[in-house]
Ligand binder design. Structure first.
Ligand SMILES: [Zn+2]
Length: 551
């Protein structure tokens, strides 16, 4: 889940950045869903109209994936046609498969792509990211729905819905709001990273008036209303905290997902939750806090240490300050992050090396999240002390966002200037130390007077082999001598079938992993605790300071 989360957020910052672009051509996406009458009986007709294209023969026209992780069969498309100023466009690729659509001739002028996407829930994937029918509704990330033009140009986008076939009360919704919407100029790829849903829904609040709204077409095994009311209150509070004059749209779409219940996928101004039997709505609060923070603070050019670092820093801090979680819940969140970081054997990886290893090793992938969050805590402590309590890191984050929203190009050098103005040379020094991989350690009182730092013993997260060297061809390499993996029987040369080293495993010290391999022709599986040597880890505990002085 986290993997997808990170993927789709790469473009989240573009939404805010789009507002400053020059007037751009208007591309139109028309969506006409059928009635959704059964889990395999529905379709969506899509028409994408793009003005002013000029694409040479053989060059990519559109991209529309047909596969998502764990889908048993590709998403078909039927009735595909593309026309341009010269009439029907002869497609070479595009009728099937994931390859970019290409034509045997130059394509120019207004280009119109039409196609139908039949929906069958049996094509369900693990993460909630394919087309799916729930009740009398469908939902999907734009990635599987909208053919994205590859011209490289920026477009304003009109999203138009024709839900007349879906019956009375039907509505079309995206992360950009309800019904027909027009979004400012920006790269068309952002349509891939927001949720689309159409049909008849239960909603919370029942009437969306901009801002927050949650929707579900099916019947979750729990009542989503309390969690969604919680989320809506937090969204409003965060809008004010981040000084938004208008609460931006945010849509949470709940879908059934028998393959991977409880998983969430963050999209632009939207969030998809897959529910199943046994889904714990409480467990979704941190991730909702995290993903909504991105709506305001994502500044993609600064890098993951910024966007993920401040999202983890704020994911429990803001719900706590808003009075929406208890002090104990907040402290548990702080300690979860600290535990993962201090028990991470890759914690000295320089930030500049993270991107290269991001998908290969969960330990490296979480560096910008965990180290980034602790870095913001360190900065906050420094700023609070230097200002005698008058200022905090919130002021600096808000400054950067205001400048970004105002259209300014934001660079790391500008962040260093802001730090220098606030803290003198100590500010940039703290930043450079974090970026270079030096240990990031908040002072005992950096989370406020109600918490103090303590040292505990914990075992480092140790998968038992080299995740990175194994990533490309799934052949186990670098087995760690004396590791739990070795003791369980895993060997170099085993071929991985499944090795579910999810990101959440790193802070869950009791969680065992089952690695499935083949050795020769023989299928084998090894279950072990992915933990290595004992080390000191920093945690925080509650002081005797009364609750009223905490937040
Ligand atoms: Zn994130």
């Amino acid at each position: 889940m986290r993997r997808l989360t990170a993927t789709v957020l790469m473009t989240a910052g573009l939404v805010a950045g789009a507002a400053r672009a020059e007037p751009a051509p208007l591309m139109t996406v028309l969506l006409k869903p059928s009635a959704m009458t059964a889990p395999a009986d529905g379709h969506v007709d899509v028409t994408v109209t793009v003005p002013g294209m000029d694409v040479a023969a053989g060059q990519p026209l559109f991209v529309l994936p047909t596969m998502a992780p764990n889908m048993p069969s590709p998403q078909p498309r039927t009735d595909l046609s593309v026309t341009d100023a010269d009439g029907a466009v002869p497609l070479v690729t595009g009728q099937t498969g994931d390859a970019p659509w290409t034509s045997s001739r130059r394509v120019h002028g207004e280009v119109v792509a039409r196609y139908r996407l039949p929906i069958d829930n049996a094509r369900g994937s693990g993460p909630p990211i394919n087309l799916r029918i729930d009740g009398a509704s469908f939902s999907t990330p734009g990635r599987m729905l909208v053919a994205i033009p590859q011209s490289g140009a920026a477009y304003r986008v009109a999203i138009r819905w024709d839900v007349s076939a879906m019956g009375p009360g039907a509505v079309g919704v995206t992360g950009y709001g309800d019904g027909d919407v027009e979004i400012p100029a920006g790269p068309p790829g952002r349509l891939a990273t927001t949720m689309f849903a159409g049909g008849r829904f239960s909603r919370e609040p029942a009437l969306a008036q901009g801002g927050f709204s949650a929707l579900w077409g099916g019947e979750p095994p729990f009542d989503p209303r309390p969690l969604m009311q919680w989320t809506g209150r937090l969204h409003g509070w965060m809008s004010r905290f981040f000084k938004d004059e208008v609460e931006p749209p945010y849509r949470v779409i709940l879908r059934s997902n028998p393959q991977n219940p409880g998983g969430g996928v963050a999209m632009t101004q939207s969030f998809a939750v897959g529910y199943g039997e046994g889904t714990d709505p409480e467990a979704l609060k941190s991730i909702l806090g995290h993903e909504m923070t991105h709506t305001w603070t994502a500044i993609e050019p600064l890098g993951k240490w910024w966007s993920e670092g401040n999202a983890v820093y704020y994911q429990e801090l803001l719900p706590w300050r808003a009075g929406q979680i208890t002090t104990e819940q907040y402290l548990a969140g702080v300690n979860r992050t600290a535990m993962r970081y201090y028990a991470n054997t890759r914690k000295h990886t320089p930030e500049a090396e993270v991107a290269d290893q991001f998908w290969d090793d969960t330990r490296v992938r979480l560096m910008p999240y965990d180290r980034g969050a602790l870095y913001f805590a360190v900065l906050n402590g420094q700023i609070v002390r230097a200002s005698g309590g008058r200022r905090s890191v919130d002021d600096l984050v808000r400054t950067m966002m205001m400048r970004f929203r105002g259209g300014e190009e934001i660079t790391e050098a500008k962040w260093l200037e802001v730090l220098r103005a606030e803290l003198g040379e100590a500010g940039p020094a703290t930043h450079r130390a974090m970026m270079s991989g030096q240990l990031v350690l908040p002072a005992s009182g950096d989370y406020g007077p109600c918490f103090r730092r303590v040292v505990r013993k914990a075992r480092v997260f140790e998968p038992g082999y080299d995740l990175r060297a194994t990533a490309s061809d799934k052949v186990v390499r670098g087995l760690v001598a004396g590791s739990e993996a070795e003791a369980a029987g895993l060997r170099d040369g085993d071929r991985i079938v499944a090795a579910p080293f999810g990101d959440s495993m790193q802070h869950d010290h009791a969680r065992v992993v089952t690695v499935e391999v083949t050795r020769g022709d023989q299928p084998l599986s090894f279950t072990y605790l992915p933990r290595g040597e004992w080390v000191d880890v920093y945690q925080w505990e509650r002081t005797a300071v009364p609750e009223t002085s905490c937040r």
